[in-house]
Design a protein around this ligand. Structure first.
Ligand code: UN1
Length: 505
């Protein structure tokens, strides 16, 4: 286990390298490391007046940024991507220390940011609108996409910077300005990334107020959510949070883009390559200590192979090294805090009470070495079916195993939860794979074949249905969320024919 002072010093060096003023790190809010459970530093939080001022300044900056040509706006994001590349290791250190991700996954998170910057730079030359044939002679009909306004981004601890960057890179090339409320648990990662964006803004001479960082709690977040000057709220987090945010934004006719909980399942069919499936399952269920929105939580296995697969799973779980995520041999870092550990324990108790059998894992480890940290053994629990506990998302490395007889039953189980983010099938039967991807197959926003549920690339749209909130972020045409669409009809006929054949005057 690393010493608390060692982690704090790594973080300070990395923050400084990213351009954060170390002397300014004081205030009333604690920044903790889940590696040790100790305080890394104190930080200042934004007052309600600060947040109000930030919204005003970002709204003002929008009035000039929206007129900058989109490919020139792309130049800012290009520079940001260069700085993220240069500081990839520094940022990964901070993410590891603050979110507990193993180094490889922390580097992967920064790579996702670099990738979305590349994507957004290309997109800045492709904000296409359609032209349509007009029904009237001498008329042209077309659509134009315009910048939207101030975008408020609320992000979660588990991807402290990547999901924010999907939103920000696209919002910036779309001509919007941004206010970011990061998770209270990962403010240092936010400070570093915001400092690099600030540097990029300076380097290309963009308006300084086009990005703002609001370090605040839920109540401060509500100020952002309720303010009519914020055109779009893009929020990532729990279903509970989404239930509060969505109606508040709707009440003022703002736009909301929600990426909420998942309860992601994989179906394993009899024809599956079990070794390939095993690797996909273990990464999806255990990666980021089961704390991804896309983490695999349910395994729906054909009854003919369940014993073979669970034996392999238990053996593979037995080889997983749990410990400091700074050491490359470890694959499982800590849970974010005691609350997560308690929630996992309560869920395990409920699962047992509902007929579940714990096949492996679930216990706390390394408590003597790191008394303030919560390292756990990832758990596999055999369930008799979809009992109530299976319907809830528990943000921990906890995988339920259930069985099925025919694919219809498997699909009913797969779709039989309130959430609809990610899903997968492991099969070598093409008919099954196509059925899974069809309209009557998986009801999730992400449906994969022979790949686990997590680890999506940025090029596709990311998000899900039902309680996951319906939003789509990142690739494909998600950029449209950050723009407003105008329909233009231009009359060059010299006459004024009315649509639908209406005669008037
Ligand atoms: C999240 O957990 O909120 O697909 C985002 C993945 C990552 C993003 C996860 N690319 O697992």
């Amino acid at each position: 286990m690393p010493e608390a002072a060692q982690v704090a010093s790594l973080v300070r060096t990395s923050l400084e390298a990213c351009g954060v003023d170390i002397d300014s790190l004081q205030g009333e809010q604690e920044a903790r490391s889940p590696l040790t459970g100790t305080v890394l530093t104190m930080v200042a939080s934004s007052s309600f007046d600060d947040i109000d001022r930030m919204i005003g300044e970002a709204a003002e900056a929008f009035t000039s940024w929206r007129d900058v040509p989109a490919p020139v706006r792309g130049g800012l994001v290009k520079r940001w991507g260069e700085l993220l590349t240069e500081h990839k290791d520094d940022l990964a250190n901070i993410i590891t220390a603050e979110a507990g991700k193993i180094t490889s996954e922390a580097l992967g998170e920064v790579q996702e940011m670099i990738d979305i910057c590349d994507f957004a730079v290309g997109q800045s030359r492709q904000l296409y609108g359609k032209t349509m044939p007009s029904e009237r002679p001498g008329h042209r009909l077309m659509e134009t996409w315009h910048p939207l306004g101030v975008v408020g981004i609320i992000s979660a601890f588990n991807f402290p910077v990547a999901v924010y960057s999907w939103n920000t890179a696209l919002a910036l090339i779309c001509g919007d300005t941004v206010i970011w409320k990061p998770s209270e648990t990962t403010v240092l990662s936010a400070l570093a990334v915001d400092a690099l964006l600030g540097q990029a803004v300076k380097d290309v001479g963009a308006p300084a107020n086009l990005h703002k960082l609001a370090i605040t709690d839920r109540v401060g977040g509500e100020r952002l959510v309720d303010d009519p000057r914020v055109a779009l709220i893009s929020a990532t987090g729990s279903v509970r949070m989404g239930r509060e945010v969505a109606p508040r934004v709707a009440a003022r006719f703002g736009r909301a883009l929600l990426e909420l909980g998942g309860n992601n399942a994989a179906i394993v069919a009899p024809s599956a390559d079990l070794d390939l499936a095993l690797t996909g399952i273990v990464f999806a269920a255990v990666g980021t200590a089961g704390q991804r929105c896309t983490s695999m939580r349910r395994l729906i296995v054909h009854e003919s192979i369940v014993t073979e697969l669970t034996d392999k799973l238990v053996a593979a779980y037995g080889t997983l090294r749990i410990g400091s995520p700074l050491q490359s041999e470890n694959l499982v870092g800590p849970l974010i805090n005691q609350g997560s550990f308690d929630a996992m324990q309560a869920t395990l108790t409920a699962a047992r009470a509902q007929g579940g059998t714990v096949l492996c894992g679930g216990d706390r480890v390394l408590a003597a070495e790191a008394p303030g940290a919560y390292y756990v053994q990832p758990a596999v629990v055999r369930m008799p079916g979809h009992t109530p506990v299976v319907a809830d998302e528990t943000f921990a490395p906890l995988l339920y195993v259930m069985t099925y007889r025919d694919l219809n039953e498997a699909l009913t189980l797969q779709n039989g939860v309130p959430q609809g983010l990610s899903s997968a099938i492991f099969t070598n039967d093409q008919i099954e794979a196509e059925r899974f991807l069809s309209a009557s197959g998986s009801d999730c926003g992400i449906a994969n074949v022979n790949i686990g549920t997590s680890g999506a690339e940025i090029g596709g749209a990311f998000g899900g249905e039902k309680e996951t909130g319906g939003g789509r972020e990142s690739g494909s045409d998600s950029w449209k969320n950050y723009m407003r669409q105008a329909t233009n009809t231009i009359n060059y006929s010299g006459m004024l024919p009315l649509a639908q054949g209406v005669k008037f005057l």
